[in-house]
Design a protein around this ligand. Structure first.
Ligand SMILES: [Zn+2]
Length: 177
């Protein structure tokens, strides 16, 4: 690890402690004396993602995190919920113990978790990931969620105010007759 200030390759560890799934080390450059921090993460073997066009790309936690953060932008989620979601998926992926995994499998994992976390984030993610090409596909997905809205999971944030949901349920019931 080169010093971020002067580029010198040697540093000494002045402090080291466990941080989440890794180790945080406080270091001091042996040349300029500047202090900086490094994080070591435990990561079994490398994992490759099979893309739609069959290309392989090394799994990137950061890329996954960015995609999910974008979907969750401005949603009233508890601090750390997104990081926890990514942690869970990463752990599950490595737990599978496979050298490569289809991107679609990862996408489904994310969608399953977002669905029980926040419908808006779920729809945002699904619209990018499933590449909704027309409004009908999007509407179908929203309709599915709305029909589940009558008994949402306890952890779910309401998609619509309660009275609006009842109203919708009523009108849907009527149109079916
Ligand atoms: Zn230095």
């Amino acid at each position: 690890m080169n010093c971020p200030y002067c580029g010198h390759p040697d540093s000494k560890v002045v402090d080291s402690r466990d941080a989440n799934e890794g180790i945080r080390r406080r270091r001091q450059c042996l040349s300029c004396g500047a202090r900086f921090t490094t994080y070591e993460r435990v990561q079994p073997a490398s994992l490759f993602v099979i893309k739609k066009d069959e290309r392989r790309e090394e799994f990137s936690r950061d890329k996954l995190l960015i995609g999910i953060r974008k979907a969750c932008e401005k949603r009233p989620l508890p601090t750390g919920a997104v990081d926890k979601l990514v942690d869970d998926i990463e752990a599950e992926l490595y737990h599978l113990g496979k050298p490569e995994i289809a991107g679609a499998v990862i996408g489904d994992m994310v969608m399953g978790r977002l669905k029980s976390l926040d419908y808006i984030a779920y729809i945002r993610f699904a619209s990018v990931y499933r590449e909704f090409t027309d409004i009908t596909a999007l509407k179908q997905e929203v309709d599915t969620l709305l029909s589940a809205e009558a008994s949402p999971p306890a952890s779910q944030l309401p998609l619509l105010p309660n009275d609006r949901v009842k109203e919708l349920a009523k009108s849907r019931g009527r149109s079916r007759k």
